[in-house]
Design a protein around this ligand. Structure first.
Ligand code: FES
Ligand SMILES: [Fe+2]
Length: 318
């Protein structure tokens, strides 16, 4: 029986796991390493993804280390993002425990107010909210020519999309995360619960045909392209199939030596009528999306951590 061509889902009957077509011949270490080199050479303007936009509110400061720098982030009453050093310049109290007072933070220890005016050597960092993610610019850490705004991937219109952000911490460096994402060949082997029938259509363009598995026997076939707009970001664009225009952005933020936060934004887009309904129940959809991303990331983080471990010992074959 022919399956209607424009149906978003189709029956699948993948072979037993060990009987799949091996992909190791296509996954040439040199090819992936070259793509990684090209990504690492792109400018970032010294911008780092700090967190999901929704994680930072005016109710309570948010703390995170980026490249060994302790940071604190909060929002002003009108919702503007603020980021600054995370230690109080007086006696070092953690500012993630401070109180938000208007546009400023008030230190719990002795009441020093820190806001838009530089105080005792403490000064805010440039910050940018792209509607899904919060970014900070750290010029001393980045060491590049600073730019006005971060390099953002092409995204579907946020008003007609559902987005979710998942964060996973790993014992590796950002480049290990980027390398893992630039190896689409591992998809159906390493994540058989999520992907089936993966074929790399164009290795130089990282164009991949893959079926997202919904159940054992049903999947959603798509064509996706992977690219790196800047050195710590890998983006998967759905270019054909259900959800064209949707993106998965993987951002790798260095936390400290050998520690990386993977902050992954999924921005799902569809022009199907049912999708408008899904947007209304986005609150219910989001945890499911986050769960799916986390499951993949448990495996992918293990891959990135393994690469880091082998690199450290000079045993990485790639
Ligand atoms: S440590 Fe912050 S005011 Fe004293
Ligand atoms: Fe993966």
């Amino acid at each position: 029986m022919r399956w209607p061509k424009n149906w978003p889902i189709r029956p699948i009957s993948p072979p037993p796991w060990t009987r799949q077509e091996p992909t190791w011949r296509g996954a040439r270490p040199g090819l992936i390493a070259e793509a990684l080199e090209r990504a690492l050479a792109r400018p970032s303007g010294n911008w780092f993804v700090l967190a999901a936009s929704s994680e930072i509110t005016s109710a309570k400061p948010f703390g995170r280390h980026v490249a060994g720098q302790e940071l604190v982030a909060w929002r002003t009453p009108d919702g503007e993002l603020r980021v600054g050093p995370g230690a109080c310049p007086h006696l070092g109290a953690p500012l993630c425990d401070a109180a938000v007072d208007g546009a400023a933070l008030v230190c719990r220890w002795h009441g020093l107010s820190l806001g838009d005016k530089p105080t005792a050597g403490w000064a805010r960092y440039p910050a940018y909210d792209d509607g899904v993610l919060a970014w900070v610019r750290l010029d001393r850490v980045g060491g590049e020519e600073p730019s006005e705004a971060p390099v953002l991937p092409q995204r579907p219109p946020l008003e007609s999309s559902v987005s979710a952000v998942a964060t996973v911490l790993g014992r590796c460096e950002p480049e290990d995360v980027v390398f893992n994402r630039l190896d689409p060949w591992h998809g159906a082997w390493f994540h058989p619960y999520s992907f089936a029938e993966l074929r790399v259509l164009d290795a130089s363009d990282f164009l991949v045909e893959v079926t997202f598995r919904l159940t054992k026997r049903i999947g959603v076939p798509v064509i996706a392209r992977f690219s790196c707009p800047e050195p710590r970001t890998v983006v998967m664009h759905i270019v054909e199939g259900e959800g064209v225009g949707s993106v998965v952005e993987t951002h790798a933020t260095p936390i400290g030596p050998g520690r990386t936060a993977v902050i992954e934004a999924t921005i799902a887009h569809s022009t199907r009528p049912g999708f408008a309904y899904a947007r209304h129940v986005a609150g219910a959809v989001r945890p499911a999306m986050r769960w799916a991303a986390k499951r993949l990331w448990r495996d992918d983080i293990a891959y990135a951590e393994r690469r880091f471990e082998l690199r450290k010992d000079g045993r990485w074959p790639g």
